[in-house]
Design a binder for this molecule. Structure first.
Ligand code: NAP
Length: 267
């Protein structure tokens, strides 16, 4: 394993996490004695649930600093298991891995797909979603994350039910109520929430995944429109192994770690 192992001989795997997929991957990999697993969290959530393996918190300071960190920690494989909207860290990871020749596995959660009966209004970004919501409804369920409310701060004539895991940071909508809740959410509960608050539009990012999908099914059942923000473009290409679930990511990591540094075709 050459330079890409710790003194015990274990190959070091860095999981860029903050998602259910990152957790699932850490749970799959941490028990393997041939791997040293480090999960990296941005540090936005004050009390994250505990994770198996090692955990580090906070930004690296950009791509160049991340590249140095990979060398210092003798990282053999990086997995980008961050949220689809966490585009900066995904680009930094691709850049850093490229600089120092460390293979990168991207665990990309597919977005949601509209079906019969869905009334989805796609928005290119949060600013466009803020414009769209005022044209569509007056009582909105807003589930874009606690750090992304500023775009809605200037929206008039719409009352927002803001749902987030922890209290929002930064500017909030003028007229709103706050609901602190952590998914997964069940369909029956989402229907009750829409009814209780007389919600007439749902605003969400296209986060994909099962944990927060029920609000979309509830909106369809209540014939409520959904303003949905497209996923940002993320790095791709031949240099990155792209998988869509934690089991596939674990298999890719195991193969890359076993192959050691400089694997032809791994980059
Ligand atoms: P972002 O815009 O891509 O990242 C902003 C900065 O935060 C990065 O430049 C990096 O700082 C640091 N960072 C982000 N993820 C990190 C990680 N896993 N480990 C260490 N540093 C990290 O990301 P974001 O949208 O703020 O999301 C932050 C975290 O929350 C991510 O880990 C993501 O998986 C999770 N999350 C995001 C969303 C969302 O809607 N965006 C939803 C659920 C969970 P430096 O430049 O200093 O290295």
């Amino acid at each position: 394993m050459g330079e890409r192992s710790d003194p015990s001989g274990a190959a070091t795997v860095l999981i860029l996490g903050g998602t259910g997929e990152g957790r699932a991957l850490a749970e799959l990999l941490a028990p393997r004695p041939e791997l040293r697993v480090i999960s990296s969290l941005a540090g936005r959530v004050e009390q994250p649930a505990s994770l198996p393996g090692e955990v580090r918190r906070g930004g690296f300071g950009g791509a160049a600093a991340l590249a140095r960190w990979l060398v210092d920690e003798r990282v053999a494989v990086v997995v980008d298991a961050t949220h689809p909207f966490a585009a900066r860290i995904s680009h930094a990871a691709a850049d850093a891995c490229d600089r120092v020749g460390v293979p990168l596995v991207a665990l990309r959660r597919p977005g949601w797909t509209a079906g019969p009966g869905d009334d989805w209004r796609w928005a290119d970004d949060l600013a466009a979603a803020a414009v769209a919501v005022a044209a569509v409804g007056r009582r909105a369920l807003l589930t874009v994350g606690r750090g992304d409310l500023a775009a809605f701060a200037g929206v008039r004539d719409v009352w927002f039910l803001v749902r987030s895991i922890e209290p929002p940071v930064g500017p909030r909508p003028l007229d709103h109520a706050l609901l602190l809740a952590r998914g997964p959410f069940a369909l029956a509960d989402e229907l009750a929430l829409l009814d209780e608050h007389r919600i007439d539009v749902v605003v969400t990012k296209d986060s994909g995944g099962a944990a927060t999908r029920a609000k979309l099914d509830a909106a369809r059942q209540r014939q409520i429109p959904v303003v949905i923000v497209r996923q940002p473009p993320l790095p791709g290409g031949d240099a990155i192994a792209i998988v869509d679930d934690a089991v596939a990511a674990a298999a890719a990591v195991a193969a890359l770690a076993a192959a050691g540094p400089g694997t032809p075709g791994a980059r």
